[in-house]
Design a protein around this ligand. Sequence first.
Ligand SMILES: Nc1ncnc2c1ncn2[C@@H]1O[C@H](COP(=O)(O)OP(=O)(O)OP(=O)(O)O)[C@@H](O)[C@H]1O
Length: 385
Amino acid sequence: MPPCRHWAEVPPVRTSGTCLLRSRGEGPRQTVREAFRLVRRPWRVLRAPECGRRRGVDTVEQPTIVAEDLSIAYIERAAGRPHEALSGATFTVEHGGILGVVGTAGSGKTALGRVLSGRGDEGRDSWPFISGGSLHAAGLDLRYPSRADRRRLTLDIGYLAQESGDGLRNDLTVGENIAEPILSRDRSFERRRLGRAAAMLIDAVDLELGMLNKFPFELSRGQRQRVALAQALIVEPKVLIVDEPAQGVDIIARPALFTLLERINAARQCTMVILSHDLATVQRLTEDILVLDRGFVIARGRIDDVLAKPDHPYLLRMREARDFARAPLPGLVERDALLAVDRVADGLFGDFDAATVQAEAAELAEEKLVEQRPEFARFTKQGED
Ligand SMILES: Nc1ncnc2c1ncn2[C@@H]1O[C@H](COP(=O)(O)OP(=O)(O)OP(=O)(O)O)[C@@H](O)[C@H]1O
């Protein structure tokens, strides 16, 4: 077989309904070294065309996630009765769309993410359940899943929980952990191909290939979380639920993680739900949000529209937070970066007058913002100098 140049030339790589990753140029006789060399190339993910046409699976025209009057509850252990975490939520997410779910602590984000993941019947303690309404994702009925739905759930819906990195198996290497979702279904799956997919994924989540042979306990929390993302991706889910994507990931690695999520969304039309208390995190990936407050949906739509006329105290606070993040600090120098930084540095422990610097910098007529720790500078309010 000649090296593949286009995905359409590649026969579907499937096992038990699972589709795997292949990169361009893959041929049957490549050595591991060659395979690894390919890893650095932009990888492309191939889902066999017929995978999307399995019976009952959503079509492109249909929204991938449909929640109607959805209520979610936990069983309170002490009281032994249900505690409603989300009430009467109705929303849809289009095929290939990204929905950001924003809300304060305890608003019901995690509860929603968990039921969307469909992992409710895995015997977990304190797992929420759908107490009312309906929820469908990737063509699966998440309230009353059939046996076939249950089998497909973990293939079609990927879930990266806040604590997923901590759930990796310490008796398996990182590579084995990534491959586990495949091997747990098909022990005879071709190992070389699986190794290759794991290598591509570890590279995609911006970790060293050498990490494949380490054990999870040898990794930092942020690294483990990225391994968990690679693990969630190996089965090429149609829907990916990510709870607090920035949590535990250091600030340097965050852009790479967000870029990866964007690429997955674009390359595979993978529908995503990003849950976070932080609007800025969500906004990095989508403009389309659902806002929760104390178990109720209080807004749904594009961020700018939702915050244009806030009719709820939480939306008002969200808007203030967003405007604060966007606004230059009072009296902050907006012009030439070097000049401003020099002057601020000069005045760090002395008598720094931002207004004077601002006036000088304005002459340079450049539109740059300078970030400066406010506690070191004595700023005047804009318009008051
Ligand atoms: N295991 C549980 N048993 C009973 N009630 C719970 C349980 N976990 C959460 N709750 C309650 O359900 C509601 C929603 O919690 P949830 O964890 O979904 O909120 P959240 O928006 O994800 O918060 P955070 O941002 O802090 O993770 C809260 O009132 C919470 O107290």
